[in-house]
Design a protein around this ligand. Structure first.
Ligand code: NAD
Length: 392
């Protein structure tokens, strides 16, 4: 078997698969278990007829992939994008399996995707309320726990919106504690200023980190003095202005170039395939915390290893969101809702514990953090498969 079975470095399915292969090999996973976990449980393609505001009927293609429901119901959001493919949804579904297992919450992994341009359609958390309502009509009672990310008044959880960014902050805090670094001396670059990036930047700014680099789809800014993130939030999110035009300025550059500027901590929180075999050698940071899914290609991992960069892999770094989704499900099933402090305290407990488990696993098995996270996750799913008697 080749070291890494990657033909196209930028294919997310191949990237996800290469990580699974590497961890499965290290674990010495039995052949049957390996095959069971490598492939999804099921996939469906649907054609969704929708009458648009213009009265034209459009048919959208949608995919749903269940990778594994061995540890619990298949958790996984719906990606709305013109570029969605079945392969991508497959990769994201398996990531969800490993992500839920690495933070040890009782969910399996799934994902959905609809090929459409969300910029041209109505959108928002109300979509989740519609899904909940449609499902409830079928079962003839209100079933709020069927989807997460709902508005708070309809069974949503406090703290869900910031959860992924907060999980990033908690992971970074643990890494700083490990290296005895101080927040005030830690320069941070955040690529992406959407849900994950803006929340991470805001929470880290409040916590005392110095945010010296920021980027969105329009480009990036670098400023050694640090950015006033509340003002930047107002500019980008409040006023919908392009990030690089922020009047308090800094050096302008491309959204990819920002990742290679001087900083102790880099947080890619935008899209896939940003750190590759072509550019990984240029990273200057001590710590890479992957807010996005798959920002680093499988071929870049080796280069980061050689450079001794401490990687907090995506399935751990951005697991704050799925953890609070789990809390939403728990609250819906209890019919008892927690305060924001309770949500945040429980999130901290889960992420800190998972971080320590991954780091300890990496140290005791002499593997990098990413391989450790995958090994831990695969081992947990394989254990559940045996315990349930699905695999003897
Ligand atoms: P989002 O759509 O809210 O924001 C994406 C941000 O990235 C925007 O600021 C956009 O301008 C920017 N961007 C897009 N293309 C870019 C490019 N080429 N270069 C630089 N910036 C670019 O998305 P999000 O919810 O913040 O998700 C970001 C990433 O985190 C995705 O990979 C997503 O899968 C992952 N993730 C999100 C959550 C969550 O709870 N939202 C949870 C886990 C993982």
């Amino acid at each position: 078997m080749a070291t890494l079975a990657v033909h196209n470095e930028f294919n997310v399915y191949e990237s996800a698969d290469a990580r699974f292969e590497a961890a499965a090999r290290k674990l010495g996973l039995e052949d049957g278990l390996y095959r069971f976990l490598k492939y999804p449980n099921k996939e469906i393609t649907v054609y969704i007829p929708v009458v648009l505001d213009t009265a034209r009927l459009e048919v959208f293609i949608g995919y749903r992939v269940h990778h594994s429901i061995v540890r619990g119901p298949g958790k996984g959001g719906i990606r709305f994008a013109p570029t969605v493919t079945l392969d991508e949804v497959r990769a994201l579904a398996s990531w969800m399996t490993w992500k839920c297992a690495v933070v040890n919450i009782p969910f399996g992994g799934a994902k959905g995707g609809v090929v459409c341009d969300p910029g041209k359609l109505s959108h928002g958390e109300q979509t989740m309320a519609w899904i909940m309502d449609t499902y409830s009509m079928h079962v003839r009672h209100t079933e709020t726990a069927v989807v997460t990310g709902k508005p708070i008044d309809l069974g949503g959880s406090r703290g869900r919106q910031e959860a992924t960014g907060r999980g990033v902050l908690i992971n970074c805090d643990r890494a700083l504690a490990k290296f005895r670094m101080l927040r005030v001396n830690t320069r941070v670059i955040v690529q992406g200023f959407g849900n994950v990036g803006s929340m991470a930047a805001m929470l880290m700014y409040d916590a005392g980190y110095k945010i010296v680099g920021v980027a969105d789809i329009h480009g990036a800014l670098y400023n050694e003095r640090g950015f006033d993130i509340p003002k930047l939030m107002d500019w980008v999110i409040g006023q919908s202005k392009p990030l690089p035009d922020f009047p308090e300025g800094g050096a302008k550059m491309s959204a990819n170039e920002i990742l290679f500027q001087p900083a102790e901590l880099i947080i890619p929180a935008a899209i896939e395939n940003q750190i590759t075999s072509e550019n990984a050698h240029r990273l200057q940071a001590r710590i890479l915390c992957e807010g996005a899914n798959g920002p680093t290609t499988a071929l870049a991992d080796e280069i980061l290893d050689r450079k001794g960069i401490f990687v907090i892999p995506d399935i751990l770094a951005n697991a704050g969101g799925v953890t609070v989704s789990y809390f939403e499900w728990v609250q819906d099933r209890q019919g008892f809702f927690w305060s924001e402090k309770e949500v945040n305290d429980r999130l901290r407990e889960v992420i800190e514990h998972s971080f320590e488990e991954v780091i300890r696993y990496a140290e005791t098995h002499h593997v990098n953090n990413r391989v450790a996270a995958y090994m831990l996750a695969i081992d947990r799913v394989a254990f559940a498969l045996r315990e349930r008697g699905i695999y003897a």
